[in-house]
Design a protein. Sequence first.
Lengths: 511, 307
Amino acid sequence: MKRMKWGLKIALTALVMSSVAITAAPAFAAGKLTVSSSQDPGSWDPIDTFLVAWAAVSTNIFDGLTYRGPDLKLVPGLAESWEELDQGKRIRFKLRHNVKFHDGEPFNAEAVKFTFDRLLGEQGAKGPQRSNYTAIESIDIIDDYTVDMKLKTPDPVLLTKLAGYGAMIVPPKYIKEKGEDYFNLNPVGTGAFKFVSYTPKVNIKLDANPDYWGGAPKLSELEYRFISEPATAVAELQAGRVDIVIPPTIPIGMLPVIQGDSKLEIASVPGPTVDSLRFNTRDGITADPRVRKAIIMAVDRDTIVKSILAGQGTEIVSFQNSLSFGYDADLKPLPYDPAGAKKLLAEAGVKPGAALQIDIRGNDATMNEVAQVVASYLQMVGLTATIKPYETNVLLNDIIPQGKTGAMFQQKWGGWTFDYDNTAYSMYHSGEKWNPYEKDAALDKLLESQRPLTDRAEREKVLKEIGKYVADKALELPLYNSNAIYGVSKRVKGFVPAPDTRIKLNEVTVD
Amino acid sequence: MAGFLIKRLLQAIFVVIAITLLVSFAIRLTGDPAVMMFQGGGSMTEDDLARIRTALGTDQPFLVQYFSFLKGLLTLNFGRSFTGSTPVSQLIANALPATLLLAFISMVVSIAISIPLGIKAATARGKAADQIIRVLSLLGLSFPNFWLALMMVLLFSITLGWLPPSGMVGISSYVMPAVTMGVILTATNVRLVRTAMLETLQSQYIMVARAKGLSEIKVLYKHALRNCAIPLITYFGIQFGGLLGGIVVIERVFNWPGLGTLAFDAVGARDYPVLQGVITVLALFIVGVNLLVDIAYGLVDPRIRTE
């Protein structure tokens, strides 16, 4: 009998304790932050991917020689200082001392050489990152903490590109010992947080690195969950199980839900992504520049940004945003002038009711709405527009590069380097994939001329000229630059939204 | 018995080859995984694309790619994902239990509800209970499943905070996905059970059983149900197979890391190895389930056993 009573007591205690454990369920241990990202990049190796979703996580695991934060200023990273020699064809980096990788091995010139040899060599050949760094010829070790980066041609954007993605520094000993496959799934770097675990399509967990050279993080744990469905991510935010939802998950239509919740807030900054409707300058009525100008004048872009985008974007005049290098504040857009548009159309001999087709990405909720509004503006000047949504992959691979588009098609671009060169060359140079219709020798020359210029002022001048040239020729209907929208729980303190989603969370705390 | 199994095995192989050939061909018709890799930005030249295509193996002719896939199958090697080169077998090994568990629980929930309800509707034919059950079934069929899912999340996760809104994070996270799936399945199955039971209840032996004085429960469950079990088992079997693939919407809404999500993402990214691997596994499963259904016939109906 005594035994039974004792056994019963134990069982009861166990039951009570376990039920407490289940119901108490504290949502977070003190100092843990949970972030929702829309995509799982599949590999954490810096040379494997271009995905923004990769950088949102890996800016906390790896460092580059330089660092560019949310204010977009370039500052020392793993390199304390650098100087340009040989007319910009050689850069000497002085490396930071006393930095260790998460596996204990030291950061030094050896690691830098290994990183770039790997990026430019066989491993890098399998991935898309290498094409950004082809200006680099080789790395020479001068001493343990000094390296020379030899360049084939001077690349004015290189120092920015060294801050992220393919140029982030990786550990030589760890990769040689564990192998490439292991490194993909178990990354090790010099960053503020170290890798703990990764479950494909579910989450990645990081712990604070107390020895971080930039100062120990204030958080103890970091978890990124991969949630692609916007409604689900916002539900998690509202339920308090996720603290930050990073772009591009939150669509503009969901903003009132977050703004209406007293525990949440929106952090929104201009992002790098720009959208425009490019013209088919080869076929149909849009081959005539007067028609193109008329179409631009017929659409009230300002109202579109204010109403459809609810202020979460800015109007653009050229295919870049105001933070981009090469941005011309003095370039004025064509005015909204439906009467003038009708006149131009009549001049060009376009009959009222003329039809044109607008091709867009089917899964882009915002552009779907914007395109419909554009179509109604065009209706008011006598043009009948039909909208054709395509699956993104089909549009990007089969329709645009092969010149099978309608009269207008959506171009969306988001370069993290915020440099107009990156964009303009791909968009307007003859032979580029995104430019199936234009062959303009003068424009080509302009685009090629600014690439090797290292004098910033000169480069800026040429880039502005390019912007004006494109606007004069009316190659596109520039629409908007969307904001990078973050949904943040009010328990998060010290979070600075990054325009390029490359968030570093070592200064953030949670209540 | 051995001849029967061998025949079915050959059929299975033929089905898998036909389906994977069709799917592999269809997904290569449009889009290019190499272009998808550059989506984030950065200029890409034709050289870069050619380099990536060689690395991925997509520059080979279609049949060469397909045969190397078949060769890999023989060693259970499905290749590596284009997104990050994780071995596809690892991705499937992670995703398969998630989908199977959800599908299984949903089916159990649905069968447990639809059999009693279907029987009740059949026996109360034309009367109030029957009408109510049939209207409920219609409602269940009419609600779009994602709407139901979102409404449940709104109520149970956001307003009440009882259940986690998404993810496979412990027992409580199974509730909403399984119930959402279960509701839709039940709506169909109730009518099925009702129809099957109605037919059976007309039979002579049921009259005899009742005349003998057997309790109604015994009449319904021991005699009538066993006799209409065959069409029900067939249908449930096919339904289970269909569940495995068709669960995509539920998986997306609840962020369930299963095969549906895997396949959906693979199509968007043109991740050929992952899609081919998932389709193969699904095809094998459905064929396997159908085989089990046929074996179950033999157990339920002694007449078939003697064939």
